[in-house]
Each structure stands twice: as structure tokens, then as C-alpha cells.
Design a protein. Structure first.
Length: 120
């Protein structure tokens, strides 16, 4: 692969992985949509560079082949759903985890300690 081909393969991998949404957040003012999309393209480029630097030509091609396959598409869809559901469960669990951490910390670390999920 030439450097340009490798860069394009990495860009394709980032696009396939779908880890960057192409829809601006709903709470973003309309006048900032274009800027948001521009920043998104910059971030995709950085991610593609990192894949290109870290993976060999053969590894990039193997990932492209995998994510283009039925199994790869299934995995990508499952990962997106799992990530979304995990975020929801984390939001649901956070108050309980914070409370538990606060109770444990008050006896051993004093009142200035904060929990892993934010200040007490």
C-alpha cells in the first residue's frame, strides 16, 4: 500500500467503525452545525492517522474486510447498542454507586474525598 492508500484505508476504517456520529447534537445552535461538522472531520482525520500509524497495511486491510463482512456489520451494530445501553445503565447506577462510595469514604478518607463519579 502506498502512504495515500494506507491513509484512505484508515479513513474507511474510521467510517466503518461508525464511532463518530454525523448528526450534530440536537441542542446545538443551528449556526454552529457547519463548525461542528468541520471539527468532526478533523477528529476523524486524527483517528485515521492513529490507525495508520499503529496498524500495518495487512492489519488495516483485514479490519476493513472484517467490518465489511456480515459478521463485522453485526458486531458494529451490537457494539453501538451495547454502548448506548451501558451509558443508560451507568446513569441509572451512578447515584447508588456515589452513595456507596460516599459511605465508605466518610469513615476512612475524611470529608474532602470525592467519588469516581463526581464530587460527593
Amino acid at each position: 500500500m502506498t502512504d495515500e492508500e494506507k491513509k484512505q484505508a484508515a479513513i474507511n476504517l474510521v467510517a466503518l467503525r461508525g464511532s463518530w456520529t454525523t448528526v450534530p447534537p440536537t441542542n446545538l445552535p443551528a449556526e454552529l452545525n457547519e463548525l461542528w461538522l468541520h471539527h468532526l472531520e478533523i477528529l476523524r482525520g486524527v483517528m485515521a492517522e492513529l490507525y495508520s500509524e499503529r496498524l500495518s497495511d495487512q492489519q488495516l486491510q483485514a479490519l476493513l474486510d472484517f467490518y465489511g463482512s456480515e459478521m463485522g456489520k453485526t458486531i458494529l451494530q451490537a457494539e453501538a447498542e451495547i454502548a448506548s445501553r451501558f451509558q443508560q445503565r451507568l446513569r441509572d447506577l451512578a447515584p447508588r454507586l456515589n452513595e456507596e462510595a460516599s459511605k465508605r469514604s466518610s469513615s476512612s478518607l475524611g470529608s474532602s474525598w470525592s467519588t469516581p463519579f463526581g464530587p460527593r
